[in-house]
Design a protein around this ligand. Structure first.
Ligand code: HPA
Length: 250
């Protein structure tokens, strides 16, 4: 089954395809951890092969705590992918992270609970204590930032991603706590995905799409709606293909 996949992309909320990209074929896989969120679509960008998986399923059927993160990453790995770009739809906390901003975070704080967060869950599997001081792969982060610059797409370099349990959005007090902790962005799917990617030996970076101000951060104090989230993601989704083209050209 192994083929040359130059990059795997995991799409988040509102990113169920890459606008402008045509799928060439599709893999429906079962892994040692069960089924991934959906089919893995393969496309060609120049001479490169790209795999795409919608993290929540193509109809957004899976809430963040029910995603089989292990199966998703294992399936991409089984297909031959060694570099994964995670697209994460997030709320913005810090002043530089308003709606429609793209950011490539460099740190994570994990507030999730009850998710299988390691490959060594099964009895008898070797216990892994991977280094996770820098949770994203610096070389891939740098390549994504360079690709954004080459594509003329503004992006914030860095930021701390707070991973919350969901599926509900946070209270204002919870976001105030995340801000005190140093979080700039908040999302529900950054973990355990990043940790599992490290355990699997994958290069992994995140491109965050800020869809809304996190609770209590909007000066207008407007209610956060799914329509707003999806509209803001949609309005920046046209940047994805040019970023990928420059990333794969490099
Ligand atoms: N909080 C958590 N996850 C999110 C948000 C948010 O405000 N917006 C998009 N994903």
């Amino acid at each position: 089954m192994t083929q040359t996949i130059d990059l795997a992309v995991i799409g988040g909320t509102g990113v169920y395809r890459i606008p402008g990209l045509q799928w060439q074929h599709t893999h429906t896989l079962e892994t040692r951890f069960g089924e991934p969120s959906g089919p893995i679509r393969i496309a060609r960008i120049g001479s490169a092969q790209v795999a795409f998986l919608a993290r929540h399923g193509e109809g957004h059927a899976l809430p963040p705590h029910q995603i089989n993160y292990r199966a998703n990453l294992q399936a991409l790995h089984d297909l031959g992918a060694r570099r994964v770009l995670a697209i994460n739809t997030v709320g913005g906390i810090g002043p530089d992270y308003g709606p429609k901003v793209l950011a490539v975070p460099d740190q994570i704080i994990d507030y999730t609970w009850g998710r299988i967060s390691t490959l060594c869950e099964e009895p008898g599997s070797p216990v892994l204590h991977v280094d996770f001081g820098d949770p994203y792969t610096e070389s891939l982060r740098g390549a994504v930032l360079t690709a954004c610059a080459d594509a003329g797409v503004p992006v914030v370099a860095g930021g701390c991603y707070g991973a919350t349990q969901g599926p509900r959005l946070e209270t204002k007090a919870e976001i105030a706590r995340l801000r005190r902790d140093g979080c700039d962005l908040v999302g529900m799917t950054g973990m355990p995905e990043a940790g599992l990617a490290r355990e699997l030996g994958l290069s992994y970076a995140s491109l965050c799409v800020v869809a809304n101000w996190a609770a209590g951060c909007d000066p207008a104090d407007a209610e956060i709606t799914l329509e707003e989230v999806l509209a803001n993601v949609e309005s920046v989704s046209g940047h994805l293909l040019p970023i990928l083209e420059h990333l794969l050209e490099a």
